[in-house]
Design a protein around this ligand. Sequence first.
Ligand SMILES: NC(=O)c1ccc[n+]([C@@H]2O[C@H](COP(=O)([O-])OP(=O)(O)OC[C@H]3O[C@@H](n4cnc5c(N)ncnc54)[C@H](OP(=O)(O)O)[C@@H]3O)[C@@H](O)[C@H]2O)c1
Length: 312
Amino acid sequence: MSPPFTTSVGKPILVFGGTGHYGRNIVRSLLESGVRVRVLSRNAPRARSVLGNEPEVIEGDITSRPTVISALDQTRAIIIAVSAFTWKTIRRRTEIERDSVLWILKEADRRGIVRVVCLSGYDVRKDFAEKLGVLAMARPMLDVQAALAESRLNWTVLGCPPSMEIFFAMIRGARMIVPGGGPPALPSISPVDVGTIAAQAVLRDDLGGQRIRLPGPEALSFPEAARRISAVWGREIHFHRIPVTPLKIASVLTRPFNPFLVHLVMAIRMLNNFPGEFAAEVPRDHQLLREAFDFTPTSLEVEARRRMGEVQ
Ligand SMILES: NC(=O)c1ccc[n+]([C@@H]2O[C@H](COP(=O)([O-])OP(=O)(O)OC[C@H]3O[C@@H](n4cnc5c(N)ncnc54)[C@H](OP(=O)(O)O)[C@@H]3O)[C@@H](O)[C@H]2O)c1
Protein backbone atom coordinates (compact mmCIF):
# COMPACT_ATOMS: atom_id res chain seq x y z
CA MET A 1 0.00 0.00 0.00
CA SER A 2 1.53 3.36 -0.93
CA PRO A 3 1.47 6.21 1.58
CA PRO A 4 -0.98 9.07 1.20
CA PHE A 5 0.27 11.49 -1.41
CA THR A 6 1.55 14.66 0.08
CA THR A 7 1.76 17.14 -2.78
CA SER A 8 -1.22 19.21 -1.69
CA VAL A 9 -1.57 18.73 2.06
CA GLY A 10 -4.00 21.24 3.51
CA LYS A 11 -6.33 21.33 0.56
CA PRO A 12 -9.67 19.68 1.27
CA ILE A 13 -11.08 16.45 -0.10
CA LEU A 14 -14.46 17.28 -1.63
CA VAL A 15 -17.26 14.78 -0.97
CA PHE A 16 -20.41 14.94 -3.07
CA GLY A 17 -23.11 13.08 -1.15
CA GLY A 18 -21.19 13.49 2.11
CA THR A 19 -24.38 13.54 4.20
CA GLY A 20 -25.68 10.25 2.76
CA HIS A 21 -25.78 6.73 4.14
CA TYR A 22 -22.30 5.90 2.83
CA GLY A 23 -21.08 9.50 2.48
CA ARG A 24 -21.34 10.42 6.17
CA ASN A 25 -19.13 7.45 7.06
CA ILE A 26 -16.62 8.52 4.41
CA VAL A 27 -16.53 12.02 5.88
CA ARG A 28 -16.06 10.64 9.40
CA SER A 29 -13.16 8.41 8.29
CA LEU A 30 -11.48 11.24 6.39
CA LEU A 31 -11.70 13.53 9.42
CA GLU A 32 -10.29 10.75 11.63
CA SER A 33 -7.31 10.47 9.31
CA GLY A 34 -6.66 14.17 9.79
CA VAL A 35 -7.47 15.57 6.38
CA ARG A 36 -9.60 18.58 5.60
CA VAL A 37 -13.04 17.73 4.23
CA ARG A 38 -15.47 19.79 2.21
CA VAL A 39 -19.04 18.63 1.59
CA LEU A 40 -21.59 19.92 -0.88
CA SER A 41 -25.11 19.65 0.53
CA ARG A 42 -28.47 21.13 -0.42
CA ASN A 43 -29.14 21.89 3.24
CA ALA A 44 -26.20 23.24 5.26
CA PRO A 45 -27.88 23.22 8.72
CA ARG A 46 -28.96 19.62 8.19
CA ALA A 47 -25.47 18.71 6.96
CA ARG A 48 -23.94 20.22 10.12
CA SER A 49 -26.38 18.34 12.33
CA VAL A 50 -25.33 15.11 10.58
CA LEU A 51 -21.60 15.78 10.27
CA GLY A 52 -20.75 18.23 13.05
CA ASN A 53 -18.86 21.48 12.57
CA GLU A 54 -15.52 20.12 11.42
CA PRO A 55 -16.12 19.64 7.70
CA GLU A 56 -16.56 22.70 5.55
CA VAL A 57 -20.08 22.70 4.13
CA ILE A 58 -20.95 24.38 0.86
CA GLU A 59 -24.68 24.74 0.44
CA GLY A 60 -26.09 24.08 -2.99
CA ASP A 61 -27.25 21.63 -5.59
CA ILE A 62 -24.89 19.45 -7.58
CA THR A 63 -26.73 20.58 -10.72
CA SER A 64 -25.77 24.21 -10.10
CA ARG A 65 -22.55 24.90 -12.01
CA PRO A 66 -21.55 28.05 -10.03
CA THR A 67 -21.98 26.15 -6.73
CA VAL A 68 -19.93 23.21 -7.95
CA ILE A 69 -17.23 25.55 -9.26
CA SER A 70 -16.88 27.15 -5.84
CA ALA A 71 -16.80 23.68 -4.23
CA LEU A 72 -14.04 22.55 -6.60
CA ASP A 73 -11.88 25.60 -5.81
CA GLN A 74 -8.60 24.52 -4.16
CA THR A 75 -9.83 20.95 -3.87
CA ARG A 76 -7.26 18.17 -3.53
CA ALA A 77 -9.35 15.17 -4.62
CA ILE A 78 -12.99 14.22 -5.06
CA ILE A 79 -15.31 11.49 -3.82
CA ILE A 80 -18.67 11.09 -5.54
CA ALA A 81 -21.34 9.39 -3.42
CA VAL A 82 -24.53 11.11 -4.59
CA SER A 83 -27.80 9.33 -5.07
CA ALA A 84 -31.16 10.63 -6.26
CA PHE A 85 -33.07 7.51 -5.30
CA THR A 86 -35.83 9.25 -3.38
CA TRP A 87 -39.49 9.99 -4.09
CA LYS A 88 -38.66 13.71 -4.37
CA THR A 89 -35.60 13.54 -6.61
CA ILE A 90 -36.06 10.44 -8.76
CA ARG A 91 -37.32 12.47 -11.74
CA ARG A 92 -34.02 14.39 -11.71
CA ARG A 93 -31.91 11.25 -11.39
CA THR A 94 -30.19 11.53 -14.78
CA GLU A 95 -29.45 15.21 -14.19
CA ILE A 96 -28.04 14.56 -10.69
CA GLU A 97 -26.25 11.22 -11.01
CA ARG A 98 -25.16 11.40 -14.65
CA ASP A 99 -25.08 14.86 -16.24
CA SER A 100 -23.71 16.67 -13.17
CA VAL A 101 -21.13 13.99 -12.48
CA LEU A 102 -19.93 13.96 -16.10
CA TRP A 103 -19.54 17.73 -15.94
CA ILE A 104 -17.67 17.53 -12.61
CA LEU A 105 -15.23 15.03 -14.11
CA LYS A 106 -14.50 17.39 -17.03
CA GLU A 107 -14.17 20.40 -14.75
CA ALA A 108 -11.90 18.50 -12.35
CA ASP A 109 -9.62 17.54 -15.23
CA ARG A 110 -9.56 21.13 -16.48
CA ARG A 111 -8.50 22.32 -13.02
CA GLY A 112 -5.82 19.69 -12.57
CA ILE A 113 -7.70 17.82 -9.83
CA VAL A 114 -6.48 14.34 -10.64
CA ARG A 115 -7.78 11.93 -8.02
CA VAL A 116 -11.44 10.88 -8.17
CA VAL A 117 -13.17 8.07 -6.28
CA CYS A 118 -16.68 7.20 -7.38
CA LEU A 119 -19.16 4.97 -5.53
CA SER A 120 -21.25 2.78 -7.79
CA GLY A 121 -23.31 -0.41 -7.91
CA TYR A 122 -21.60 -3.71 -7.06
CA ASP A 123 -20.98 -4.74 -10.65
CA VAL A 124 -22.68 -2.64 -13.29
CA ARG A 125 -22.90 -4.45 -16.63
CA LYS A 126 -24.96 -3.47 -19.64
CA ASP A 127 -25.74 -7.04 -20.77
CA PHE A 128 -27.01 -8.04 -17.32
CA ALA A 129 -29.04 -4.81 -16.92
CA GLU A 130 -30.57 -5.31 -20.36
CA LYS A 131 -31.46 -8.93 -19.64
CA LEU A 132 -33.29 -7.91 -16.46
CA GLY A 133 -34.98 -4.90 -18.07
CA VAL A 134 -33.28 -2.44 -15.69
CA LEU A 135 -31.02 -0.64 -18.15
CA ALA A 136 -32.70 2.71 -17.33
CA MET A 137 -31.59 2.24 -13.75
CA ALA A 138 -28.00 1.28 -14.62
CA ARG A 139 -27.56 3.93 -17.32
CA PRO A 140 -26.13 6.78 -15.18
CA MET A 141 -23.53 4.45 -13.64
CA LEU A 142 -22.60 2.96 -17.04
CA ASP A 143 -22.14 6.42 -18.54
CA VAL A 144 -20.04 7.66 -15.61
CA GLN A 145 -17.86 4.54 -15.80
CA ALA A 146 -17.36 5.01 -19.54
CA ALA A 147 -16.41 8.68 -19.05
CA LEU A 148 -13.90 7.78 -16.32
CA ALA A 149 -12.34 5.11 -18.53
CA GLU A 150 -11.82 7.65 -21.32
CA SER A 151 -10.54 10.39 -19.00
CA ARG A 152 -7.00 11.27 -17.92
CA LEU A 153 -8.08 11.23 -14.27
CA ASN A 154 -6.60 8.95 -11.62
CA TRP A 155 -9.95 7.32 -10.91
CA THR A 156 -11.19 4.41 -8.81
CA VAL A 157 -14.73 3.06 -8.85
CA LEU A 158 -15.87 1.36 -5.65
CA GLY A 159 -18.53 -1.24 -6.50
CA CYS A 160 -20.75 -1.17 -3.42
CA PRO A 161 -23.11 -4.02 -2.60
CA PRO A 162 -26.29 -3.18 -0.68
CA SER A 163 -25.56 -1.81 2.76
CA MET A 164 -26.14 -4.27 5.63
CA GLU A 165 -28.88 -1.79 6.45
CA ILE A 166 -31.00 -3.67 3.90
CA PHE A 167 -31.44 -6.56 6.36
CA PHE A 168 -32.43 -4.27 9.25
CA ALA A 169 -34.64 -2.03 7.12
CA MET A 170 -36.85 -5.03 6.31
CA ILE A 171 -37.54 -5.76 9.99
CA ARG A 172 -40.96 -4.77 11.32
CA GLY A 173 -41.41 -5.88 14.90
CA ALA A 174 -40.78 -9.63 14.96
CA ARG A 175 -40.81 -10.03 11.17
CA MET A 176 -38.30 -9.53 8.37
CA ILE A 177 -40.55 -8.81 5.38
CA VAL A 178 -38.82 -9.22 2.01
CA PRO A 179 -40.53 -8.53 -1.35
CA GLY A 180 -39.67 -11.48 -3.58
CA GLY A 181 -37.70 -13.16 -0.79
CA GLY A 182 -34.27 -12.03 -1.95
CA PRO A 183 -31.57 -14.14 -3.63
CA PRO A 184 -30.03 -17.32 -2.17
CA ALA A 185 -26.96 -15.29 -1.20
CA LEU A 186 -26.41 -11.55 -1.22
CA PRO A 187 -23.15 -9.67 -0.63
CA SER A 188 -23.53 -6.71 1.69
CA ILE A 189 -21.23 -4.37 3.58
CA SER A 190 -21.36 -2.22 6.68
CA PRO A 191 -21.58 1.50 5.84
CA VAL A 192 -18.75 2.01 8.35
CA ASP A 193 -16.44 -0.19 6.24
CA VAL A 194 -17.42 1.68 3.05
CA GLY A 195 -16.41 4.88 4.85
CA THR A 196 -13.03 3.49 5.89
CA ILE A 197 -12.22 2.03 2.47
CA ALA A 198 -13.32 5.06 0.44
CA ALA A 199 -11.36 7.41 2.72
CA GLN A 200 -8.21 5.32 2.31
CA ALA A 201 -8.77 4.98 -1.44
CA VAL A 202 -9.00 8.70 -2.11
CA LEU A 203 -5.74 9.32 -0.24
CA ARG A 204 -3.85 6.82 -2.40
CA ASP A 205 -2.58 7.28 -5.91
CA ASP A 206 -1.88 3.63 -6.77
CA LEU A 207 -5.45 2.51 -7.46
CA GLY A 208 -5.96 4.43 -10.71
CA GLY A 209 -8.11 2.83 -13.41
CA GLN A 210 -9.48 0.18 -11.06
CA ARG A 211 -13.01 -0.96 -10.29
CA ILE A 212 -13.02 -2.64 -6.91
CA ARG A 213 -15.87 -4.68 -5.44
CA LEU A 214 -16.59 -4.06 -1.77
CA PRO A 215 -18.17 -7.20 -0.30
CA GLY A 216 -18.36 -7.74 3.43
CA PRO A 217 -17.10 -11.02 4.90
CA GLU A 218 -19.87 -13.26 3.51
CA ALA A 219 -22.87 -13.38 1.22
CA LEU A 220 -26.07 -14.10 3.17
CA SER A 221 -29.67 -14.90 2.33
CA PHE A 222 -32.41 -12.91 4.09
CA PRO A 223 -33.57 -15.96 6.15
CA GLU A 224 -29.98 -16.55 7.30
CA ALA A 225 -29.59 -12.84 8.18
CA ALA A 226 -32.85 -13.05 10.17
CA ARG A 227 -31.45 -16.04 12.12
CA ARG A 228 -28.16 -14.26 12.85
CA ILE A 229 -29.86 -11.03 13.96
CA SER A 230 -32.28 -13.04 16.15
CA ALA A 231 -29.30 -14.70 17.89
CA VAL A 232 -27.65 -11.33 18.64
CA TRP A 233 -30.81 -9.51 19.69
CA GLY A 234 -32.05 -12.44 21.76
CA ARG A 235 -35.51 -12.33 20.19
CA GLU A 236 -36.95 -14.21 17.27
CA ILE A 237 -37.12 -12.39 13.90
CA HIS A 238 -39.21 -14.45 11.45
CA PHE A 239 -38.47 -14.25 7.75
CA HIS A 240 -41.48 -13.55 5.49
CA ARG A 241 -41.42 -13.53 1.72
CA ILE A 242 -44.11 -11.28 0.24
CA PRO A 243 -45.09 -11.04 -3.45
CA VAL A 244 -43.86 -8.11 -5.52
CA THR A 245 -47.07 -7.95 -7.59
CA PRO A 246 -48.95 -5.37 -5.44
CA LEU A 247 -45.92 -3.07 -5.62
CA LYS A 248 -45.76 -3.58 -9.40
CA ILE A 249 -49.42 -2.59 -9.71
CA ALA A 250 -48.85 0.46 -7.51
CA SER A 251 -45.83 1.40 -9.66
CA VAL A 252 -47.96 1.34 -12.83
CA LEU A 253 -50.71 3.41 -11.17
CA THR A 254 -48.32 6.04 -9.76
CA ARG A 255 -46.02 6.21 -12.80
CA PRO A 256 -47.81 9.20 -14.42
CA PHE A 257 -47.22 11.24 -11.22
CA ASN A 258 -43.92 9.86 -9.99
CA PRO A 259 -41.62 7.11 -11.31
CA PHE A 260 -40.18 6.27 -7.87
CA LEU A 261 -42.04 2.97 -7.47
CA VAL A 262 -41.04 1.96 -11.00
CA HIS A 263 -37.40 2.39 -9.96
CA LEU A 264 -38.05 0.60 -6.68
CA VAL A 265 -39.51 -2.37 -8.56
CA MET A 266 -36.40 -2.39 -10.79
CA ALA A 267 -34.16 -2.34 -7.69
CA ILE A 268 -36.11 -5.24 -6.18
CA ARG A 269 -35.85 -7.17 -9.47
CA MET A 270 -32.07 -6.64 -9.44
CA LEU A 271 -31.90 -7.73 -5.84
CA ASN A 272 -33.91 -10.90 -6.38
CA ASN A 273 -31.87 -11.80 -9.47
CA PHE A 274 -28.51 -11.04 -7.96
CA PRO A 275 -26.07 -13.19 -9.98
CA GLY A 276 -25.01 -16.32 -8.11
CA GLU A 277 -21.48 -16.06 -9.49
CA PHE A 278 -20.97 -12.68 -7.77
CA ALA A 279 -22.03 -14.20 -4.45
CA ALA A 280 -19.76 -17.21 -5.05
CA GLU A 281 -16.84 -14.83 -5.59
CA VAL A 282 -17.38 -13.00 -2.29
CA PRO A 283 -14.71 -14.92 -0.30
CA ARG A 284 -12.08 -14.12 -2.95
CA ASP A 285 -13.18 -10.50 -3.46
CA HIS A 286 -13.35 -9.91 0.29
CA GLN A 287 -9.84 -11.31 0.73
CA LEU A 288 -8.56 -8.98 -2.03
CA LEU A 289 -10.24 -6.06 -0.25
CA ARG A 290 -8.54 -6.94 3.04
CA GLU A 291 -5.18 -7.14 1.31
CA ALA A 292 -5.71 -3.78 -0.40
CA PHE A 293 -7.05 -1.78 2.58
CA ASP A 294 -6.29 -1.52 6.27
CA PHE A 295 -9.55 -2.27 8.10
CA THR A 296 -11.26 -4.77 10.36
CA PRO A 297 -14.30 -6.03 8.47
CA THR A 298 -17.66 -5.65 10.17
CA SER A 299 -19.76 -8.80 10.38
CA LEU A 300 -23.55 -8.80 10.43
CA GLU A 301 -23.35 -9.73 14.12
CA VAL A 302 -21.23 -6.65 14.90
CA GLU A 303 -23.60 -4.49 12.86
CA ALA A 304 -26.54 -5.96 14.86
CA ARG A 305 -24.75 -5.20 18.14
CA ARG A 306 -23.99 -1.67 16.90
CA ARG A 307 -27.74 -1.16 16.59
CA MET A 308 -28.15 -2.26 20.20
CA GLY A 309 -25.65 0.42 21.16
CA GLU A 310 -23.07 -2.16 22.28
CA VAL A 311 -20.49 -1.32 19.61
CA GLN A 312 -19.41 2.16 18.52
N1 LIG B 1 -27.03 2.57 0.13
C1 LIG B 1 -26.77 1.42 -0.52
O1 LIG B 1 -27.14 0.32 -0.04
C2 LIG B 1 -25.99 1.43 -1.81
C3 LIG B 1 -25.78 0.20 -2.47
C4 LIG B 1 -25.02 0.18 -3.63
C5 LIG B 1 -24.49 1.36 -4.14
N2 LIG B 1 -24.72 2.53 -3.50
C6 LIG B 1 -24.15 3.76 -4.08
O2 LIG B 1 -23.55 4.56 -3.08
C7 LIG B 1 -23.69 5.93 -3.42
C8 LIG B 1 -24.30 6.68 -2.25
O3 LIG B 1 -25.57 6.13 -1.97
P1 LIG B 1 -26.29 6.35 -0.56
O4 LIG B 1 -27.30 5.27 -0.40
O5 LIG B 1 -25.25 6.54 0.49
O6 LIG B 1 -27.04 7.73 -0.82
P2 LIG B 1 -28.13 8.46 0.12
O7 LIG B 1 -28.04 8.00 1.52
O8 LIG B 1 -29.44 8.40 -0.56
O9 LIG B 1 -27.61 9.98 0.11
C9 LIG B 1 -27.71 10.72 -1.06
C10 LIG B 1 -26.69 11.83 -1.01
O10 LIG B 1 -26.72 12.53 -2.27
C11 LIG B 1 -26.82 13.90 -2.02
N3 LIG B 1 -27.61 14.53 -3.08
C12 LIG B 1 -28.75 14.04 -3.64
N4 LIG B 1 -29.22 14.91 -4.55
C13 LIG B 1 -28.35 15.96 -4.56
C14 LIG B 1 -28.29 17.17 -5.28
N5 LIG B 1 -29.23 17.50 -6.20
N6 LIG B 1 -27.28 18.03 -5.03
C15 LIG B 1 -26.35 17.72 -4.10
N7 LIG B 1 -26.33 16.59 -3.39
C16 LIG B 1 -27.33 15.71 -3.61
C17 LIG B 1 -27.48 14.07 -0.67
O11 LIG B 1 -27.01 15.27 -0.08
P3 LIG B 1 -27.94 16.38 0.63
O12 LIG B 1 -29.25 15.72 0.95
O13 LIG B 1 -27.14 16.77 1.85
O14 LIG B 1 -28.04 17.48 -0.36
C18 LIG B 1 -26.96 12.86 0.10
O15 LIG B 1 -25.74 13.16 0.73
C19 LIG B 1 -24.53 5.99 -4.70
O16 LIG B 1 -23.64 6.04 -5.79
C20 LIG B 1 -25.23 4.65 -4.70
O17 LIG B 1 -25.56 4.19 -6.00
C21 LIG B 1 -25.47 2.61 -2.35
